[in-house]
Write a protein that binds this ligand. Structure first.
Ligand code: AMP
Length: 118
C-alpha cells in the first residue's frame, strides 16, 4: 500500500491539526488518543512516512527502527506506567483493524488493561 499523505497522523505531524503531545524527538511523536479506550491511551508514531509495521520494518533505516522501539518504552515510562505496566500494540491492515494508515503503537495503561483480544 502506498503512503497517503492525507491521513490524520500525517496532518498532525505537519501541525495542520493539533494533538495533546506527550513526547517528541527527531524520530517520533507521541500524543494522547482522541478517543481513549483505557485510562491512559497514548499513540507513538514515527515521523517518517510508513503505512504500517510491515512497511516500517522493510524500508525504515536501522536508526529509525531503534529509535522507534526505544520510544515506546520511554513513553510508557513517561506516562507513569513503569511500575504497574502497560500494553503496547499495533494494528496492521484490515484484519488487524488498522484505521489510520500511518504506523502507530497504542500504549494502554493506568488501569488493568484486560483481555488481550475479545
Ligand atoms: P487504529 O485502529 O489502530 O488505526 O487506531 C487509530 C487510533 O487513532 C484510534 O484509537 C483513534 O481514536 C485515534 N485517532 C484518530 N484520530 C485522532 C486524532 N486526531 N488525534 C488522536 N488520536 C486519533
Amino acid at each position: 500500500m502506498n503512503y497517503n499523505k492525507d491521513n490524520i497522523f500525517a496532518k498532525i505531524l505537519r501541525e495542520e491539526i493539533p494533538c495533546k503531545k506527550v513526547y517528541e524527538n527527531d524520530y517520533v511523536l507521541a500524543f494522547h488518543d482522541i478517543n481513549p479506550k483505557k485510562k491512559l491511551h497514548v499513540l507513538v508514531i514515527p515521523k517518517g512516512e510508513y503505512v504500517d509495521l510491515n512497511d516500517f520494518t522493510n524500508t525504515a533505516s536501522e536508526k529509525e527502527i531503534v529509535e522507534f522501539s526505544k520510544a515506546i518504552s520511554h513513553v510508557a515510562n513517561l506516562i507513569g506506567a513503569k511500575n504497574k505496566g502497560y500494553r503496547a500494540l499495533t494494528n496492521t491492515g484490515s484484519d488487524g483493524g488498522q484505521e489510520v494508515p500511518h504506523l502507530h503503537f497504542h500504549i494502554f495503561a493506568g488501569e488493568k488493561v484486560g483481555k488481550m483480544v475479545s
